[in-house]
Design a protein around this ligand. Sequence first.
Ligand SMILES: CC(C)(COP(=O)(O)OP(=O)(O)OC[C@H]1O[C@@H](n2cnc3c(N)ncnc32)[C@H](O)[C@@H]1OP(=O)(O)O)[C@@H](O)C(=O)NCCC(=O)NCCS
Length: 176
Amino acid sequence: MTPPPWSVRRPPALDDALIDGLADVLIDCVEGGASVSFMHPLTRERAVAFWRRVARAVAAGERAVLVAEDARGVCGTVQLVFDLPENQPHRADLAKMLVHRRARRRGLGEALMRAAEATARECGKTLLVLDAVTGGDAARLYERLGWVRVGDIPDYALYPQGGLCGTTFYYRRLGG
Ligand SMILES: CC(C)(COP(=O)(O)OP(=O)(O)OC[C@H]1O[C@@H](n2cnc3c(N)ncnc32)[C@H](O)[C@@H]1OP(=O)(O)O)[C@@H](O)C(=O)NCCC(=O)NCCS
């Protein structure tokens, strides 16, 4: 079988080159209309500032960032957020699942999800929680992978170009 044209890893730290590549992916997703916390146009300065904050959280052990790279550089990413209240040490939030448009619909989203779940298990987590635009590409991916749909909140956020979208919450128990 042909190996996939990308590899996924969990860098111990996010250096400037990775931050640059991650900013490219975030900007591409926002330009493509993804509702991922940012409005269009997302400047490089704001995107880099976001990833610098994430880099500090990685250094503090508050987040894990998975990075997918292809021949052109960073092409996808997803995060586990560990910085939760002290009565929730067994769980993590899954956030900022982003695949560059050049790499979509080839199984990278699924590979990132499986890698994130494996990383969460390695970190001793037994429960993951996330939310996604209701009825969007990501929601379909999570349901295909067996995440349990909790419910929808209408008009939760704006698309980057404006217009409200609902969000759907999901959870996944991580078996032993
Ligand atoms: C959601 C997202 C991460 C999915 O990434 P992806 O790499 O395209 O995901 P996959 O390739 O695993 O699956 C996507 C589709 O491609 C299909 N696919 C996977 N491998 C394929 C292949 N080799 N050939 C053809 N189709 C394939 C999957 O079946 C799936 O189909 P569906 O959408 O009809 O259900 C991506 O669209 C994205 O980054 N969107 C913008 C950001 C965003 O919204 N993030 C979510 C925040 S919650």
